[in-house]
Design a protein around this ligand. Structure first.
Ligand code: NAP
Ligand code: MG
Length: 399
């Protein structure tokens, strides 16, 4: 069987622990037998980040900016314990944070839906994709305790009275920038066009007449001047409403939209949506820059607990679905940009094979408790057996 050729390289970003083990196994079992993989490889394993003083992370972000598409393995974000475990010279920053800042991108999280694993909310039949604005607001806020007296918001233009305190209290100042909000809007509109789904956005602009209203206005302005025609051509909609109305409508909906959220709303709602759909191991994530560059990854971490069992020689049942879908997402994007239909077809079949294996009852331990299907008792397998089962299914679909 001849292998599929690629035209342009895919930026491949390797990572840590159990997901690094899965990474190699996925490539060996499911990718390189079928594709002449052309990748620009960056090793973001913690040892190499230490060795390169974290320059490797910046280089990988620059490569995504250059080639347009990357796929990333989960990586350790060091804390004090990791500093001693890996003998680090510094507590290196989160690679995801560094890459996101370099590309000025927005993260979209989407669940992988499988027949047999029902969302807790019955009506949600299609994925709800959450886009979280990852800049500013309360995450970059300043706060103070105050005593009796007048507190002011002191700006270069003005002094705004916050409150004439009659006793002790608290205040908080938050900010955002027009530039960051516009980038967020463009990433959302680009991604909606890319996957042809409606985009919803919501704030509390009726109460926050300057702050939240600015978000609403910038989204509308960017939409009207740059995207309205393309949305109408693509047959999709941009829908703005108040955040409480959005929550009520989402609960009653059947899903299928992208829901753009301000930073705090996205923090809260992404955990809610992930929980409703079942498992973090079935959640994919894509970083989209306002210029239309894409980085695909799994939403979960490096699965440290499984890795230490694996190192002790114990077989582990780690779920590789989100990492496989990170690869298929990136390969499909490359296929689209470089016009390689056979590569897109392969990635579609790999996704179908992965889903089919679970639907037939073969799965990792994390899913077994969630799986309910008439006449099928789930069979729990180890991570490598799961990949072999997908390989066999893929073989059937490809011939
Ligand atoms: P985690 O790696 O997501 O794992 C937490 C737990 O969730 C696991 O112990 C496991 O539960 C379950 N789980 C997650 N992914 C799974 C999978 N694919 N298959 C089966 N079970 C899965 O989170 P963490 O343990 O908090 O973080 C570990 C490391 O990952 C940290 O160093 C953190 O910095 C890093 N991290 C990286 C990223 C990223 O690169 N995007 C994101 C988050 C965290 P059981 O143990 O109960 O089986
Ligand atoms: Mg959170």
């Amino acid at each position: 069987m001849h292998k599929i050729n690629m035209k342009m390289p895919l930026v491949e970003i390797d990572g840590d622990e159990m997901t690094r083990v899965l990474w190699k196994e996925i490539k060996d079992t499911l990718l390189t037998p079928f594709i002449e993989l052309k990748t620009d490889y960056y090793d973001l394993g913690l040892e190499n980040r230490e060795k390169t003083k974290d320059n490797i992370t910046l280089e990988s972000a620059a490569a995504i900016a250059k080639y347009g598409v990357g796929v990333k393995c989960a990586t350790i974000t060091p804390n004090a314990q990791r500093v001693s475990e890996y003998n680090l010279s510094q507590m290196w920053k989160s690679p995801n944070g560094t890459i996101r800042a370099a590309l000025d991108g927005t993260v979209f999280r989407a669940p992988i839906l499988v027949d047999g694993i029902k969302p807790i909310i019955n009506g949600w039949r299609k994925p709800i994709i959450i886009a979280r604005h990852a800049y500013g607001d309360v995450y970059a806020g300043v706060e103070a305790k105050v005593q009796e007296g007048k507190a002011y918001l002191n700006t270069p233009q003005d002094n705004v009275l916050i409150k004439d305190f009659q006793g002790a209290g608290i205040i908080q100042a938050i900010h955002n920038t027009d530039k960051s909000i516009a980038s967020f809007a463009r990433s959302c509109f680009n991604y909606a066009l890319d996957i042809k789904k409606d985009l919803w956005f919501a704030t509390k602009d009726t109460i926050s007449k300057i702050y939240d209203h600015r978000f609403k206005d910038i989204f509308q302005e960017v939409f009207d001047t740059e995207y309205a025609q393309r949305f109408s051509d693509a047959g999709i909609e941009y829908f703005y409403t108040l955040i409480d109305d959005a929550v009520a409508r989402i609960m009653r909906s059947e899903g299928g939209m992208i829901w753009a959220c301000k930073n705090y709303d996205g923090d809260v709602m992404s955990d809610m949506v992930a929980t409703v759909y079942g498992s973090l191991a079935m959640m994919t994530s894509v970083l989209v820059s306002p210029q239309g560059q894409y980085e695909y990854e799994a939403a979960h971490g490096t699965v440290t607990r499984h890795y230490y069992q694996h190192l002790q020689g114990k077989p582990v049942s780690t779920n590789s679905m989100a990492t496989i879908f990170a690869w298929t997402g990136a390969l499909k994007k490359r296929a689209e940009l470089d016009n390689i239909p056979s590569l897109k077809n392969f990635a579609d079949k790999l996704e179908a094979a992965s889903i089919a294996v679970i639907e037939k009852g073969v799965m990792t331990k994390d899913l077994a408790g969630l799986f309910k299907k008439e006449g099928i008792t789930p069979k729990v397998v180890f991570y490598n057996e799961f990949l072999q089962a997908i390989r066999a299914e893929l073989g059937n679909l490809l011939c």
